[in-house]
Write a new protein. Structure first.
Length: 150
């Protein structure tokens, strides 16, 4: 999965490639993607899930974007945050909270460094990152051994 945040247009572009298993199933089960507005929510509907989208989503959630080039996780002394890592080339701050990993887009290096220096990591996140930068929940799946310590 590749995620690109465009601060001038405030757009988040997600590019995902289907794994081979999903490609093979496409002819038998055409994939459908629908975006719905339901009151205050935006809902993304993927069908069929088990016969088509599941391998694609699993690959997107767990596979590194560029194998061997991801920055290392840094453990933090915090009750709110387990670890962080920063993708400088894309300005993405990846934060491992209690069993959840979030990606924050368009985060300047100075904000990341401020988090590392902050006495209270949770307070710094609430004041300088959360609700200030666009984010997505990366995964609820348990990460592999090379992923964030949860």
């Amino acid at each position: 999965m590749e995620a690109i945040y465009h601060p001038t247009t405030d757009e988040l572009e997600l590019r995902l490639k289907r794994p081979d298993e999903a490609r093979a199933l496409r002819g038998e089960h055409p994939l459908s993607l629908r975006l719905e507005l339901r009151g205050d929510e935006v809902v993304l509907v993927l069908t069929p899930l088990r016969e088509g989208w599941l391998p694609f989503l699993q690959a997107a959630a767990m596979a590194p974007e560029k194998p061997g080039e991801e920055p290392a996780w840094q453990n933090l002394p915090s009750s709110m945050i387990s670890a962080v890592r920063y993708h400088e080339d894309r300005q993405i701050l990846e934060v491992a909270f209690n069993k959840r990993v979030y990606l924050y887009f368009g985060v300047p290096r100075e904000v990341f460094e401020g988090l590392l220096r902050a006495e209270s990591k949770g307070r710094y996140m609430r004041q300088h990152v959360i609700d200030r930068y666009p984010w997505i929940k990366k995964s609820r799946l348990r990460p592999g051994p090379d992923r964030a310590p949860l």
